[in-house]
Ligand binder design. Structure first.
Ligand code: TMP
Length: 236
């Protein structure tokens, strides 16, 4: 399978068309951004780490019956994925208060939440990905009620699977962001990536941050943290 033309360049990935019908090729970059692109930098080796980590997690989710866009890894940084129409609703799942939830609601970071929190954001950089509710998403035609029910069901199941999985590797899954896509027949599948860019991972004993917050908050050690996640998950 070969890349053909560049279809889209995002902040952390390039998406190419391919010579295979219905398949795109995603190429992960080392570029890191935060605050909707206001802060820019690179995390050396991130592209290859996120490619491997995300593919490993998605393959594991497939064994639990979650359909994903991953077809096959092609190189260190590139993966063939099903071509989908991305549903412009980002889904955030939270187990422990952190980040924007702590800021907005005044809940200290690290405080356990009495139930899993599910948030939707409208995927729109010009508007800064504002939080919306289900009726906004339906009213704007971003997704149907049936699609949102499927997406919410998947998001909660993914959370149950991932929490147990990461805990086995000494990692607490604080929160994460998911994106879903529609295949040409309308089937909803998990798309985008699951990586230290899109999740908050804390060491389950020391609570040390092992994710992009090290970059967002200028803490240093982002490369080491991403490598540590890879090592814990893949035993390297
Ligand atoms: P938040 O606390 O900043 O809302 O982030 C919640 C989770 O979503 C966190 O694990 C990081 C992830 N996330 C993304 O993947 N992309 C984004 O653009 C943002 C804002 C958060």
């Amino acid at each position: 399978m070969k890349k053909t033309e560049l279809m889209y360049e995002g902040k952390a990935k390039r998406v190419y068309a391919s010579d295979a019908d219905g398949i795109c090729i995603v190429d992960y970059k080392d570029d890191a951004t935060a605050f909707n692109g206001l802060k820019k930098g690179t995390i050396a080796g991130k592209g290859a780490i996120n490619n491997r980590v995300s593919n490993h997690i998605m393959a594991m989710l497939e064994t639990h019956g979650i359909p994903t866009h991953v077809v096959e890894q092609l190189s260190d940084t590139a993966t063939a994925v099903y071509r989908v129409e991305i549903v412009p609703v980002e889904v955030i799942v939270r187990n422990i208060a952190a980040g924007s939830l702590s800021k907005k609601l005044g809940i200290p970071e690290g405080q356990a939440l009495k139930c899993t929190v599910l948030e939707f954001c409208y995927k729109n950089d010009a508007l800064d990905d504002p939080m919306i509710n289900e009726t906004h998403a339906i009213a704007m035609g971003l997704a149907t009620k049936e699609e949102l029910d499927i997406i919410s069901g998947y998001a909660l199941r993914i959370n149950d699977i991932l929490r147990a999985f990461f805990l086995e590797h000494g990692i607490e899954l604080v929160d994460f962001k998911l994106e879903f896509g529609r295949k040409p027949d309308g089937t909803i599948i998990l798309a985008d990536e699951i990586s230290p860019d899109t999740c908050r991972f804390w060491d389950s004993v020391t609570h040390e941050k092992l994710d992009k917050d090290r970059f967002r908050r200028d803490m240093g050690g982002a490369e080491d943290a991403y490598n540590e996640v890879l090592r814990r998950l893949m035993g390297e």
